[in-house]
Design a protein around this ligand. Structure first.
Ligand code: NAD
Length: 381
């Protein structure tokens, strides 16, 4: 099997690394960044931890902070107008997956012929070109977007989450500083942590798994399995936050070079139609989807159980697989993950949209990577 492996050219990882973004830009001769972030990062002063060192280094950094959770086509188009209206030579995506994906999509759309709408990037879209390079600085330990060749944008007309893949979405560099995550509230810590666990598990059991991605996925599962509950309970536990951040980035590299699968395929439409945070919709689906595919990749799921730390070498694969399933259910209980109805989703709207969501899930291509590939009826059920 031949695998094509991609990753950012530079990754600066560790506590305090955010103060070195200017040095990373300088390595590539970049000096006029537009920092893409969200309103909370500005109002809380968090973005200053990136801006002040940039300005102290003499760079004229400006800010675009009109990003929204689950970024939309209209926000990307507004961002491109700012990018093209200024004299910028790079974008710095600073925040959770939403600002980072916004920066990536801005760079891609800006490279398209003038007048192109974001909606033109139909699922499953491919984009290898970006107008300017993107440097990502994650502030959640979750999406791994700082290291992936993906961006996910919501089409506001159809409520569809468009997955755009390609080198155009791969950051030039990532600066990964776990100290930025000390302020992440417990709910978001749980949601983003399960997101990264899902990335690692799906990358590992994917039909597109390969040895390079495997090693990253297994390492990520070890780190996340041992630290997610602690980070959730003790927000300022530096060791747990550091392990979660590293795990999230490794999980991003893993699925970027393997794939995600059925959980993500089904999760995107739920997020888009019902505005459920991405990690939370993954968490709602993860145990059931794992049960669905367990016997079709038993060895892999068993190895995942050992990496997460709930099974040992002495456990037969069947036993280890069952222990993994039990752990995923226990995690959801411990982290208070609600059911869709418990989250407040109207059951009638859910029923009505199920066929649309199933069709959108299949169109994304992600379910085809699952160990057991579902048909539309199985997704609906
Ligand atoms: P997010 O970026 O939407 O942030 C969620 C909330 O957390 C926001 O209110 C934000 O202000 C807050 N927040 C972020 N960092 C914080 C901090 N340090 N302290 C306090 N609050 C903080 O959430 P996310 O889960 O990181 O990203 C979700 C998005 O990423 C979705 O759009 C999803 O589709 C996308 N995604 C992309 C990829 C990829 O490879 N590109 C992978 C998975 C998910």
């Amino acid at each position: 099997m031949v695998a094509t492996i991609v990753s950012p050219r530079v990754m600066r990882i560790g506590g305090g690394s955010v103060s070195g973004v200017a040095e990373v830009l300088a390595q590539f001769g970049l000096s006029r960044p537009l920092v893409v972030t969200d309103p909370w990062m500005v109002s809380s002063g968090t973005v200053d931890r990136c801006l002040e060192p940039l300005r102290a280094a003499g760079l004229r950094a400006e800010v675009f902070s009109d990003t929204v959770p689950d970024p939309t086509d209209t926000v990307i188009e507004a961002g491109v107008a700012v990018l093209k209206g200024g004299d910028f030579d790079c974008l710095v995506g600073f925040g959770g997956g939403s600002p980072m994906d916004t920066a990536k999509a801005m760079a891609i759309l800006a490279a398209a012929p003038p007048g192109t709408k974001m909606r033109a990037f139909k699922v499953p879209a491919h984009a290898d070109r970006a107008l300017v390079p993107v440097v990502c600085v994650p502030t959640t330990a979750g999406t791994g977007s700082e290291a992936t060749r993906f961006t996910v944008i919501t089409d506001t007309e159809t409520d569809e989450k468009m997955l755009i893949a390609g080198l155009g979405a791969l950051p030039l560099a990532a600066v990964v500083d776990h100290e930025l995550t000390f302020s992440v509230p417990p709910r978001t810590t749980a949601d983003t942590g399960i997101d990264s666990l899902t990335h690692a598990l799906e990358a590992y059991v994917s039909r597109r798994a390969n040895p390079h991605a495997d090693s990253l996925a297994l390492s990520a599962m070890r780190l996340i399995g041992a630290n997610l509950r602690t980070a959730h309970r003790e927000p300022r536990n530096a060791a747990a936050r550091e392990a979660m951040m590293l795990g999230a980035t490794q999980a991003g590299l893993a699925f970027s070079n393997s794939s995600v699968a059925l959980v993500h395929g089904m999760s995107r439409p739920i997020g888009a139609h019902f505005h459920v945070p991405h990690g939370l919709s993954n968490a709602m689906l993860l145990p059931a989807v794992t049960e669905f595919g367990l016997n079709d990749a038993l060895r892999r799921y068993a190895e995942a159980a050992r990496a997460v730390g709930v099974a040992g070498r002495e456990d037969a694969d069947q036993v280890a697989g069952a222990k993994l399933l039990e752990e995923l259910r226990a995690l959801n209980r411990d982290l208070a993950v609600p059911t869709p109805r418990g989250y407040g989703i109207d059951p009638d709207a859910w029923e009505r949209l199920l066929p649309t969501m199933a069709a959108q899930a299949l169109a994304s291509g992600s379910p085809a990577n699952n160990p057991r590939v579902p048909d539309e009826a199985e997704i609906v059920s």
